[in-house]
Write a new protein. Structure first.
Lengths: 67, 423
């Protein structure tokens, strides 16, 4: 846990730039996020989590992103 | 204070001491009626204060506060009791200053001792750059007529001798910004005081009643579906700190909110060593500390750093807060942590709150308090009640609207951008 750093939740509202930047549909069981393995290999990750239980549902490395 | 409430005085306390079974419950746990003029969803500080002011200031007494658990179970009972108005932006510092002034007289207003302790709040600096930032904030406060003092190292040690300059510290402390009128208030007492006062004004406080849906007709909200049945309501206020985003989901309205965890802890009781509130930024982290009347050091740090509703304390946050506490006050190194808990914070995209209509003309939102909710309660309750009662937001909260994000008039107190975790 300490090795990873949360970056942001991914936009989940379609619409204008403003709506995608500021608005969120808050689903207590499903959150799509970007994290970084900051104190390790520094890879950027797409993570899908359940924010109520903390369970990680899906993790994928993001390719093409400079470390 | 309503004549319906038993009035506390020295004589009444003596009479109670001498009379068996004199003490009555502070409020009756009401059964929900079929209809109310206003339903307030959330029995925390903001909800109870809103209901109280609706009844006291606007004569609206057919009010129900619906709480899914028990009064005070949520964030009002989980915070670290600090009150202050040392904010940078005028929209925030005027608002929180109103709240602080109300806290100063709240015990008298509610006839219930909320234990306001103006022991001062100090933001510490460990570099010249941080002193410049604190000076900027202090000047903004003073221009608004709010008390603030910038102390150098010598002045700081005179103010708080516990910051002994001869103790070895990892980071130097070079000065600080002091608000002497800031301090602490007993959080449970605020919840109980408002609940008692609201009930005395005729408000029904309904516990174990969770709102699970909204019923609408012809574009107007008509009532709430609850675990204890459907309740009709002329107006509905959502004051559900920690679950504001879920309210948006329920109403089909995306909100500029994410929910993040904030943790706190308290040590074993020790003799009085800290008579003020210290806030300390060190490196990338933050710690704040005060000593409760029972002797425990109450402290916390920054957000957990990712969205969560779990309310479960995490070990790495304990480590970080303790590191910061010891870095700030090396003499506390040997004290043991007694309890550790977490609360859910509704972090807005600009770090400032939301008090506005949401979705429907007769539905209101009081939320997005980030980690500044407790200190805002008295002003929030009064202002939100005025909005609900009159339909028009008072000047104090006019900027806390949902539309500010679309217009670009965000209240980015920290200049962190649309990243709730950095607010």
């Amino acid at each position: 846990m300490e090795e990873f750093s949360f970056h942001k939740t991914l936009p989940n509202v379609e619409g204008s730039d403003f709506e995608q930047t500021f608005l969120r549909r808050n689903d207590p069981s499903d959150s799509h996020e970007h994290w970084q393995h900051r104190y390790g290999c520094r890879a950027w990750l797409y993570v899908r989590r359940n924010p109520s239980s903390g369970e990680v549902l899906d993790v994928r490395c993001l390719t093409g992103v400079p470390r | 204070m309503s004549p319906l409430a038993p009035h506390y005085s020295a004589l009444s306390l003596l009479r109670a001491r001498l009379t068996p079974n004199h003490w009555k419950p502070l409020w009756q746990r009401a059964r929900p009626r079929e209809e109310y003029d206003v339903v307030v969803v959330g029995g925390g500080g903001h909800g109870l204060a809103t209901a109280y002011h609706l009844a006291r200031d606007h004569g609206i007494r057919r009010v129900a506060v619906l709480e899914k658990s028990v009064v005070g179970y949520g964030n009002v009972g989980r915070n670290t009791t600090i009150v202050r108005s040392n904010y940078l932006l005028p929209e925030n510092h005027y608002f929180y200053e109103d709240a602080l002034r109300r806290y100063e007289t709240l015990s008298r207003d509610l006839n219930y001792n909320v234990m306001y302790s103006p022991r001062g709040v100090v933001d510490l600096a460990n570099s010249d750059d941080e002193m410049v930032a604190l000076a900027r904030r202090g000047n903004a406060m003073r221009l608004a007529g709010i008390d603030a003092e910038l102390l150098d190292r010598r002045g700081l040690v005179r103010y708080a001798p516990v910051l002994d300059p001869y103790l070895p510290r990892r980071y130097p402390i070079v000065g600080g910004l002091v608000q002497r009128r800031g301090g602490t208030v007993r959080h449970d007492a605020v919840a109980w005081g408002y609940a008692r006062a609201a009930a005395a004004c005729g408000v029904d406080i309904v516990e174990r009643c969770e709102v699970v849906g909204l019923r609408t007709a012809a574009g107007v909200a008509t009532g709430v579906e609850t675990t204890r049945g459907y309740i009709r309501a002329g107006r509905i206020v959502f004051a559900v700190a920690g679950h504001t985003g879920q309210i948006g989901t329920m109403l089909g309205v995306p909100l500029p909110v994410e929910t993040h965890l904030l943790q706190a802890m308290v040590t074993e009781p020790v003799k009085p060593i800290l008579d003020t509130v210290l806030i300390y930024m060190y490196g990338h982290a933050e710690v704040y500390m005060a000593q409760s009347d029972r002797g425990g050091l109450v402290m916390g740090g920054t957000l957990d750093g990712f969205p969560s509703y779990a309310r479960e304390p995490l070990w790495h946050r304990v480590e970080e807060v303790v590191q910061g506490a010891v870095a700030m006050l090396p003499q506390v190194a040997g004290i043991r942590i007694l309890r550790h808990w977490a609360g859910t914070n509704d972090q807005t995209m600009d770090g400032s709150p939301l008090i506005d209509r949401i979705g429907y003309d007769n539905v209101f939102l009081n939320g997005g308090w980030c980690y500044g909710g407790f200190k805002a309660i008295p002003a929030s309750g009064a202002a939100c009640a005025k909005l609900v009662a009159t339909g028009s937001a008072p000047d104090l909260i006019r900027s806390f609207n949902l539309g500010r994000f679309a217009s670009g008039r965000v209240l980015d107190e920290k200049g962190a951008g649309p990243f709730p975790v950095r607010q």
